[in-house]
Write a protein that binds this ligand. Structure first.
Ligand SMILES: Cc1cc2nc3c(=O)[nH]c(=O)nc-3n(C[C@H](O)[C@H](O)[C@H](O)COP(=O)(O)O)c2cc1C
Length: 416
């Protein structure tokens, strides 16, 4: 008999879930509404804690960004950004609002997790990560997915938290080697991850590969990891991610031993995605040759995005006084360096263009960095065109159920 995703269940402790996890899409793309839909339908949804002050201001009418800018305004002309610090109290308040309000609205049997990127260094990497993790745990989050980094010290930051063994912890890895390093650290705290997301080279956002990403493939990495876990007698659910576009793609992984799949790209164009309507149309329209992996992110990780997004080549002034999420522990950011380098070279120009790096804070904030998965060019096949030529947005429920029930790589189009 032909299997569907719904013939499988993800077991997490005592919970049995529909094995579909919607991956985090920062900043403010996988918003609460999207995560809540996944939970209502019995799966897992993600919110992200990236740039949480901006997210809180947008949804809960707070003024965290304005207040920070006011405090550090004096420093704007100064290329040295080392003094710009996040106030731990405000970071906790913003996280509490974001997580608490989302969890209050949760319905159904599914779960809501938060994605915490280690590369969001915020000019005080350990201290800010500690506040982010602990506050999310205080505010009732069901699980935390550790991403964008090896997270070798992250679990230790929360080992004395009363929910340390109750919150589900997961790690995103792109290789067996990265997983082994994380497991070794976890073993010292007697705390293995509750799930492992294996992200392949076709995913959206930052990639855990070099610019040779095309030489890797998700199935091989998942196979390596499943074999290793079986050999070590470790029963940890493995959740592949990256390029899983149809229910049938998902079933292939589930039949090969995965416990669930993590998907994101197909939800970028749903009504519940935080992207502005005009940007959703850009995702729909994209062709394969309009998507690239480049190195413009100041994190140093390759990132996939639409080539024509406004973030690429922009020379906007670094806005670390208001944002500053990518300042490393010494107050540096490679975009900031690129900006002042170009300014020095072209002192008379009013506007400059910077090709090698982008101000991720400003452009993610403004939805101008159109990061996307490799399969974005297939989104046009998942919907219908309206009389005005635009594509009809789908509901997240429609896409979720399509993954859950479809067979033979079929994609259910929305009703006319
Ligand atoms: C627009 C977009 C933004 C993303 N942002 C993040 C992020 O902030 N953190 C993260 O860990 N993964 C991020 N991802 C990766 C997804 O969570 C997911 O693992 C991956 O994209 C799944 O592959 P798919 O998009 O081919 O389904 C993002 C993906 C997309 C498409």
């Amino acid at each position: 008999m032909i299997k569907r995703v719904d013939d499988f269940r993800l077991k997490l402790g005592s919970k049995e879930l529909v094995p579909i996890m919607i991956g985090a899409m920062g900043v403010d793309i996988s918003i609460a509404e999207l995560a809540l839909t996944a939970a209502r339908l019995g799966g897992i949804g993600h919110i992200s804690d990236a740039m949480v002050h901006i997210v809180a201001d947008r949804h809960y009418k707070t003024h965290f960004v304005r207040d920070k800018l006011r405090k550090y305004k004096y420093n704007i002309p100064n290329p040295d950004k080392s003094q710009i610090q996040f106030d731990p109290g405000q970071l906790a308040e913003a996280t509490k609002l974001h997580v608490g309000r989302t969890m209050e609205s949760k319905q159904g049997e599914g779960l809501i997790f938060i994605n915490c990127m280690e590369k969001l260094t915020m000019n005080a990497p350990l201290e800010t990560l500690r506040v982010r993790l602990r506050t999310a745990m205080d505010a009732g989050i069901d699980g935390i997915t550790l991403s964008a980094g090896l997270h070798l010290g992250s679990l230790a930051l929360v080992q004395d938290h009363p929910r340390f063994r109750d919150v589900r912890f997961g790690i995103i890895v792109s290789s067996l080697r990265a997983l082994q390093l994380f497991l070794r650290k976890g073993a010292r705290l007697n705390r293995l991850p509750d799930y492992i997301v294996v992200e392949g080279p076709l995913a959206g956002g930052h990639l855990g590969f070099g610019m040779d990403w095309a030489e890797y493939d998700l199935k091989t990495i998942v196979g390596d990891i499943l074999r290793y876990l079986a050999h070590e007698d470790m029963d940890i659910p493995v959740i592949p991610a990256g390029g899983i576009f149809t229910g049938t793609d998902a079933v292939e992984f589930l039949e090969a031993g995965a416990s669930a799949v993590q998907v994101a790209t197909r939800f970028t164009i749903t009504e519940e995605s935080g992207l502005p309507a005009r940007v959703k149309q850009e995702y729909f329209k994209a062709h394969e040759d309009e998507i690239e992996v480049n190195l413009v992110s100041p994190t140093g990780y390759p990132m996939r995005m639409l080539k024509k997004c406004p973030a690429i080549g922009s020379g906007s002034r670094p806005n670390c006084e208001a944002y500053g999420y990518l300042l490393d522990g010494s107050g540096n950011c490679s975009y900031k360096d690129a900006y002042y380098r170009e300014m020095e070279k072209n002192p008379d120009l009013k506007t400059i263009s910077i090709k090698d790096k982008t101000c991720l804070c400003t452009h993610m904030r403004n939805y101008e960095c159109w990061t996307c998965g490799h399969t974005t060019y297939r989104l046009k096949d998942t919907s219908r065109r309206l009389p005005d030529g635009t594509y009809k947005l789908l509901t997240a429920e429609h896409v979720f159920r399509d993954y859950q029930f479809s067979t033979e790589h079929r994609i259910a189009l929305p009703e006319e």
